[in-house]
Design a protein around this ligand. Structure first.
Ligand SMILES: Nc1ncnc2c1ncn2[C@@H]1O[C@H](COP(=O)(O)OP(=O)(O)O)[C@@H](O)[C@H]1O
Ligand SMILES: [Mg+2]
Length: 337
């Protein structure tokens, strides 16, 4: 459905996306994760024909068509749906949801009756309350607007739906609803979805996850495979220690089987280790011998959020080491008089 090989995006002197490659199969939900400024929206804008060819290079195919060719744009746009970031929603706020549907579907040349029927079906799946259908869009809540935008993105039964930050601006309590609507749409309509988000919970509905950092793709795999690539397949021990401080964390980090230590609360850490079952009792014994006041210990399996934090932390450490090496090679820090 979508394939990207060695995508680079450059605006003037700013190299925003570096050698990104991935592919999306029919019916899959792909999540692209990364902190703000990582380049996620830029990637989606290339795929949805919004960035001029002079600013990017690479081999890209969207529903079998090359977006670098202007002649393909209208065909690509009729094959895909696009739901932009909340602040950029392409809705007419002074019109009603149904009239918005009419405006968008007329540009696709869809039959008016057919469009209304499809809209009603989508509004129902997406839980857009019936009493809002005939009121102006500006009266709808943020979440309702976002879901209306999703419905419009899907109205022409696109092969691929691109969603930019679908849960941003939606009440925390409704975030899971939005995600389950997307999963439901994916299952009922078999629509391929490409979701970009910094909401790590969204990984719950994704078949594959991509992690983007500073314009580079760090990982692309199923969330399960990524988690299993952690030491002991991602088993973690969550330990609370009274008066936890950096000194204690440093001692723990130095313990032989410990691979990763994450501070997840004021007095709580999560640790990953090799040969978890064998080493956990030994490690706990070590903590008691050190006379640290262990309040509690529980075991769990890392979720995608933890995986993401660990992976990003790893990258930051690598960068720090690299900077130190460069400083040493350059004869130490340079000072100006
Ligand atoms: N048209 C543009 N010209 C120059 N810089 C841009 C342009 N579009 C995006 N950028 C820059 O690219 C970086 C990545 O932006 P974006 O793709 O929006 O990130 P994300 O969606 O991951 O938050 C940012 O530093 C942003 O300022
Ligand atoms: Mg963005």
């Amino acid at each position: 459905m979508v394939s990207v090989e060695d995508l680079n995006v450059i605006f003037g002197k700013k190299h925003i996306v570096h050698d990104v490659s991935f592919s999306v199969k029919k019916g899959e939900i792909i999540g692209m994760f990364g902190i703000s400024g990582a380049g996620k929206t830029t990637v989606i804008r290339v795929l949805t024909c919004q960035i001029e060819k002079k600013n990017w290079n690479g081999t890209v195919s969207v529903t079998g068509l090359d977006p670098s060719k202007k002649a393909n744009h209208s065909k690509i746009l009729s094959n895909i749906g696009y739901v932009p970031q909340l602040e950029l929603l392409n809705l007419y706020f002074e019109l009603t949801p149904m009239v918005n549907v009419e405006v968008f579907t007329s540009t696709y040349g869809m039959d008016k009756k057919e469009a209304k029927k499809t809209a009603e079906k989508l509004f129902k799946i997406l839980d857009i309350p019936k009493d809002t259908w005939k009121k102006r869009v500006k009266k709808m809540s943020g979440g309702e607007k976002k879901r209306l935008s999703m419905a419009i993105g899907l109205i022409h039964s696109p092969d691929v739906l691109f969603l930019d930050e679908p849960t941003t601006g939606v009440d925390a309590s409704r975030r899971y609803d939005v995600l389950s609507y997307l999963k439901k749409l994916n299952q009922q309509l078999n629509t391929t979805m490409f979701i970009i988000t910094h909401d790590l919970e969204a990984a719950l509905i994704c078949d594959k996850t991509a992690i983007l950092r500073e314009g580079r793709l760090l990982e692309f795999d199923t969330p399960q495979n990524l988690i299993s690539s952690l030491p002991s397949n991602g088993l973690v021990a969550r330990i609370s220690i009274e008066n936890l401080n950096q000194k204690i964390i440093n001692v723990i980090q130095g313990y032989p089987s410990i691979k990763k230590v994450l501070r997840v609360g004021n007095e709580t850490i999560e640790v990953l280790m090799d040969q978890f079952d064998e080493n956990l009792p030994k490690f706990m014994k070590f903590l008691f011998e050190k006379e640290y006041k262990v309040i509690s210990m529980s075991r769990d399996i890392a979720n995608f959020r933890r995986y993401f934090q660990i992976r990003i932390q790893e990258e930051e450490t690598k960068e720090k080491v690299q900077t130190q090496i460069e400083l040493i090679n350059n004869g130490g820090p340079q000072y100006q008089n």
